[in-house]
Design a protein around this ligand. Structure first.
Ligand code: ATP
Ligand code: MG
Length: 333
């Protein structure tokens, strides 16, 4: 078996959050945004990461790419451990891993032309002339479905969907091996979302890209992903092949998320599992299984100890010992 492109092992990220109204010498509170996350990604593979707002998806992405430090754990990129490397040593790897962000317009420098924006990584990382950079931008514009003669326009002259295409072109100009897409279509109109998702899928295939595709909307993630990881309050709840996780989810949280995906055919209703209560504060997560306060099948012992990740089938992981319990649907939608 070939070695994974990316190996993440027991990665945790903790933020220090100052206590409100406290004296400056009072120690800050610890917010565990990501806790003990492990996964592998093969070349050309797409991992979808889903979970409600605040589940730690963006923090995980930023720790993988190295823009925020991990508190513990390892990120191994093509056999080289990145955690602990100096910024200079990471620079070489930075070109191989690129990101696409949620808010396309905000991610683009308003004072640069589209051509300059797309070519900037090329000019930073490679020794290219202005003309070569411009030509490369125009080629990339064509690949992402933008007219190359718009190379001298500014970002505000483009629609949201087009701005996201510019962001994708910029991310791909260095021909990375991994593209991390953090909610790449959440800010776009529904009609444009599908176009951008399809573009990412096509480019991923053509360029042999591995992708980490983050979204809170499972209906988007399942169309792009080979595997899906479900996160809740910074922890991995479930992981497996996309078809299996969507078709037969194991964890009660994954079951609830999947039951909320609207069906294209309104006559075939899906029994929806309603989750009780609010997402707990990550500053004071519930004891034991962090999901137990909202879990429809929680038992008294779920608040005692955090469940270990079990592997009920090869490549399938679930952090719930009671995953075979049926979850009663509360609402029909
Ligand atoms: N720089 C920071 N300082 C303190 N806390 C942070 C910081 N960044 C994120 N957090 C907290 O970490 C937790 C995880 O945040 P994160 O942005 O990773 O979640 P997310 O899953 O990406 O959510 P969303 O779907 O809203 O983008 C949240 O509770 C958030 O408030
Ligand atoms: Mg996020």
């Amino acid at each position: 078996m070939s070695a994974p492109l990316l190996s993440v092992r027991d990665l945790s990220v903790t933020f220090d959050v100052p206590r409100k109204g406290a004296m400056p010498w009072t120690p800050p509170q610890k917010l565990r945004a990501v806790q003990d996350i492990s996964f592998d990604l093969k070349a050309g593979e797409t991992l979808g990461v889903v979970g409600e707002s605040g589940s730690g998806k963006s923090t995980l992405a930023r720790a993988v790419i190295g823009t925020i430090p991990a508190s513990s754990g390892r990120v191994v990129w093509q056999g080289t451990e990145l955690t602990g490397l100096s910024v200079a040593a990471r620079r070489k790897h930075r070109a191989e891993v690129q990101m696409v962000f949620q808010d396309p317009l905000a991610a683009l420098n308003p004072r640069m032309t589209v051509g300059e924006i797309i070519a900037e990584p090329l000019r930073t990382h490679r020794d290219v002339t202005r003309d070569e950079a411009r030509r490369a931008s125009q080629e990339m514009m064509e690949r992402v479905g933008l007219l190359p003669n718009l190379v001298n326009r500014y970002p505000h002259e483009f629609s949201g969907g087009q701005c996201q295409r510019i962001g994708i072109a910029r991310a791909l100009i260095l021909e990375p091996r991994l593209l991390i897409c953090d909610e790449p279509v959440s800010a776009l109109d529904a009609s444009v979302q599908a176009q951008v998702v399809n573009l990412l899928r096509r480019l991923g295939r053509e360029m042999g890209l591995a992708m980490i595709f983050i979204a809170h909307d499972l209906s988007v993630v399942r169309h792009v992903s080979d595997r899906i990881m479900v996160m809740y309050l910074g922890r991995k709840m479930e992981e497996g092949a996309a078809r299996e996780v969507v078709g037969a989810p194991l964890h009660p949280y994954a079951k609830a998320l999947i039951s909320a995906i609207p069906r294209p055919d309104p006559t075939r209703k899906r029994a929806r599992i309603a989750l009780e209560g609010e997402l707990p504060s990550p500053l004071a997560p519930p004891s034991g299984c962090v999901f137990h306060t909202r879990c429809p099948v929680a038992r008294p012992d779920c608040s005692a100890g955090a469940p270990a990740l079990a592997e009920p089938a090869p490549g399938r992981m679930v952090a719930c010992p009671y995953h075979s319990e049926p979850v009663r649907a509360a609402v029909n939608s």
